[in-house]
Design a protein around this ligand. Structure first.
Ligand SMILES: C[S@@+](CC[C@H](N)C(=O)[O-])C[C@H]1O[C@@H](n2cnc3c(N)ncnc32)[C@H](O)[C@@H]1O
Length: 267
């Protein structure tokens, strides 16, 4: 696995995980866009939109006179996103295969560029920021969203296996990506001369919520990475214990923190 490769590329389970995750975070996306202001008629980009990303919230935000472009490097993601867009009847959304590090999209052609969960897994914050700033028009907005694992808990404690799984997943991200990039979002904007705004969201997950299973879903997608930190027997044991902890009646949790920042490119 090279540093630039998306950690979870080519996994069928990843499509379902991303759609569930996108639904969980849609309210936070809508709140952020409301704070940014009116989007009617805007042309906007969701970079690395995955299987759903912000396509629906952006489609609502720009309205029938606006245009949403979703890009991804992965054909499987794009076809899942295409199916989602058709099912939802999102007529103002177009999907394009594009590599954010060598983009064929026209420079300065978007009013808003959004990138969620791109910097943590890809770990190339500067190259990514440069790409987003090339695509947004002067005076346009760049939105970054990434996670901070600090609030990711299962209640009531203790849940040692789930906690350890999360810690080891952090090790995997640390080796191949940048798991704490969310904490540097404002500094990153400042490096490019932009004073950005920031907000953060944590969701409570009641008993039975499917997003409680995120550590186990990651453990499937990132198995090869986890096996560089432990052997198969230990991983299987950790998974079984984590499953048992999740199955305890009444088990609920809080998500990781979604850190959202947005800044305006100089006009
Ligand atoms: C963690 S997923 C996030 C998907 C989506 N933004 C969301 O929040 O649901 C990262 C996405 O980035 C895509 N990706 C990875 N490398 C990319 C690149 N060089 N250019 C464009 N997309 C890329 C992956 O295929 C994947 O769909």
């Amino acid at each position: 696995m090279t540093q630039n490769q998306y950690l979870l590329a080519g996994q069928a389970s990843e499509l379902d995980r991303l759609q569930l995750q996108s639904r969980v975070w849609e309210p936070a996306g809508r709140r952020l866009l409301a704070e940014i202001g009116e989007g009617d008629g805007a042309r906007v980009l969701d970079v690395g939109c995955g299987a759903m990303g912000w396509l629906r919230v952006l489609s609502e935000w720009v309205g029938p006179n606006g245009e949403v472009v979703g890009t991804d490097i992965d054909d499987g993601m794009l076809s899942a996103a295409d199916q989602f867009v058709s099912t939802e009847g999102l007529r103002n959304v177009a999907l394009i295969k594009d590599d954010l590090f060598a983009s064929d999209l026209d420079a300065e052609s978007f009013d808003l560029v959004h990138a969620r969960f791109q910097m943590a897994p890809l770990g190339r914050a500067d190259a990514q920021m440069e790409s987003y700033l090339r695509l947004v028009r002067p005076g346009g907005i760049v939105v970054l969203e990434d996670l901070d694992p600090g609030s990711w808990h299962f209640n009531p404690p203790p849940t040692p296996a789930l906690d350890e799984l999360i810690a080891r997943l952090g090790d995997v991200f640390e080796r191949w990506g940048d798991p704490y990039v969310s904490r540097r979002q404002l500094e990153l904007f400042r490096d490019y001369g932009i004073e950005a705004n920031v907000r953060a969201d944590v969701e409570a997950l009641p008993p039975g919520h499917p997003y409680l299973r995120l550590p186990l879903q990651f453990a499937t997608g990132l198995e090869a990475g986890l096996l560089t930190f432990m052997d198969q027997e230990k991983l299987d044991q950790l998974r079984n214990e984590a499953e048992n902890e999740l199955e305890q009646p009444g088990r609920w949790g809080t998500t990781f923190t979604l850190v959202q920042s947005w800044g305006q490119r100089a006009a």
